[in-house]
Design a protein around this ligand. Structure first.
Ligand code: TYD
Ligand code: MG
Length: 466
């Protein structure tokens, strides 16, 4: 093996030092020195050509084979969709997410499927082999466990690489990157230097041996992702498993993918028997909706290329003490403030002394402004105690003047709404000609939030007739 030594590099100003220093002597930042492994013998004598191989020669673009990447079939459809169609041999994928969200479960379910045709090595630094086996047995519900799925509890990367040498797997799972370490570095497992070096070595392994590597990384809600953030540059694909821990739905989202579309989303439901695919998420999200209840509206949000219908609930309630509270659950706080301000100023609604709660049903997080109109209608509907048309979806971004703006991919959103049986859509007035809207849904155009709410809220008269 090539000789190596370690050094410390300041993350702020790149100052190099042989030993650790709490304060960088160059830029003065504290705790910015991170340990690194240096390979003493460069791969080539001439540093300028380091990294180039004999294979590389410029060719005309027209002569380069354009076949899609060869992929290993993955029988879990929602997972394959997020990866861009299947597992790419020799790729390295990071699966991030909060602790306890279901990453190990998802990986185990995938490996149980893959081991039917491929050789799989599952390395865990978190759970014992017995624990994993018990979980696997439960996931398989008594079905025979595959012989080609090998388990080992190990955290030393050198030993893990030896195991890979012996086992020669097609697929390697490392659960989690925060638990593995190499002994050359002094810092403990989970530190930036260990995470970076270990994942670089795993990438080397993936590329040279054509093994597909899945690395699990824990992320905390506060965004303290020292580990995975460092990793994002090193890996080919970054997936995040997210969802509300108290709700059953889990979203697997790709935030980076060298082999497919990003921001693609797979939807799962956590059940007794593990993660079950939700192939029709809009239907699932709307299943428990109370029709004709004041404060409930339907928004259509785009998750990657997939439109999703979600119920948005609003509730206004007189403030009990002092300042009125704004509590969004699943939407952006600042967006909610803006919408509230527009409702107050442009619609004359007296919301200053009302607590406002907004909830996105199903545990989804919607950051898209396209949901503004639905959020506004949910609040207005609750405040006026008048339900929103039950068979209508509301789509549109709200501007400060109370005008409605057109979000992208309207046709796709409307097709999904039509498919799920919605009869009307209240949308911003189209100024430009875009992709034609579907025929089976009545389009009601509105220029302003005023017009939209006029059309969305069921009139008092018709309410009395019912
Ligand atoms: P886990 O995969 O261990 O989370 P992570 O690896 O992301 O830390 O998932 C743990 C949670 O999932 C735990 O709270 C129990 C729940 N769970 C189920 O509800 N059903 C199941 O079949 C399994 C295996 C786990
Ligand atoms: Mg785990």
């Amino acid at each position: 093996m090539a000789k190596t030594h370690t050094r410390y590099v300041c993350q702020e100003c790149s100052r190099v030092s042989a030993s650790y220093m709490g304060k960088c002597p160059q830029c003065g930042s504290f705790n910015s020195m991170v340990e690194e492994v240096v390979h003493d013998e460069p791969t080539s004598k001439n540093p300028a050509v380091r990294g180039l191989t004999g294979r590389s020669a410029p060719r005309p673009i027209s002569e380069i084979g354009g076949d899609a990447e060869e992929r290993i079939h993955l029988p879990i459809g929602e997972f394959a969709r997020v990866l861009g169609g299947g597992i790419v041999p020799g790729s390295i994928v990071l699966v991030g997410g909060d602790p306890g969200i279901g990453k190990s479960t998802l990986m185990l379910q995938m490996t149980l499927e893959m081991a039917k045709t491929k050789r799989v090595l599952y390395v865990s630094g978190e759970e014992s082999e017995r624990q994993i086996k018990m979980r696997a047995a439960r996931l398989q519900e008594g079905k025979e466990l595959p012989k080609n799925l090998l388990l080992v509890t190990e955290t030393n990367l050198e030993i893990i690489l030896n195991h890979v040498n012996d086992v020669k797997p097609d697929l390697l799972i490392v659960d989690s990157i925060q638990t593995v370490y190499i002994s050359q570095l002094d810092s403990s497992a989970g530190s930036v230097s260990q995470v970076r070096e270990c994942s670089s070595q795993l990438r080397e392994l993936a590329k040279t041996r054509n093994v597909s590597v899945f690395v699990i990384g824990h992320v905390t809600k506060e965004g303290n992702i020292a580990g995975p953030r460092v990793l994002e540059h090193i890996v080919d694909t970054v997936l995040y498993l997210e969802g509300d821990r108290f709700q059953a739905y889990r979203l697997l989202r790709s935030v980076k993918n060298r082999f497919g579309a990003t921001s693609e989303v797979g939807v799962f439901e956590m059940r007794e028997g593990g993660l079950a695919e939700v192939t029709n998420p809009s239907e699932a999200f709307l299943a428990e909706r109370l029709v004709n209840a004041a404060g409930s509206t339907i928004a259509v949000t785009m998750e990657g290329t997939r439109p999703l219908l979600v119920e948005i609930q609003g509730l206004t309630s007189p403030t009990q003490f002092g300042n009125a509270r704004r509590t969004p659950n699943g939407t952006d706080f600042n967006r909610l403030l803006l919408i509230t301000a527009v409702l107050t100023r442009r619609m004359g609604m007296k919301l200053a002394e009302q607590d406002i709660f907004v909830n996105v049903v199903g545990g989804l997080q919607i950051d898209e402004p396209a949901a503004d109109l639905a959020v506004a209608a949910a609040i207005a509907s609750s405040w006026k105690d008048i339900p929103v048309k039950a068979d209508a979806v509301l789509i549109g971004e709200i501007g400060l003047a109370g005008e409605l703006r057109m979000p992208g991919q309207m046709a796709a959103r409307l097709r999904e709404a039509e498919k799920l049986g919605f009869k009307t859509a209240i949308v911003p007035k189209a100024i430009r000609q875009g992709e034609p809207y579907p025929k089976g849904i009545q389009i009601i155009e509105a220029r302003s939030i005023h017009e939209a709410l006029d059309k969305a809220l069921v009139e008092e008269k018709s309410k009395r007739v019912e």
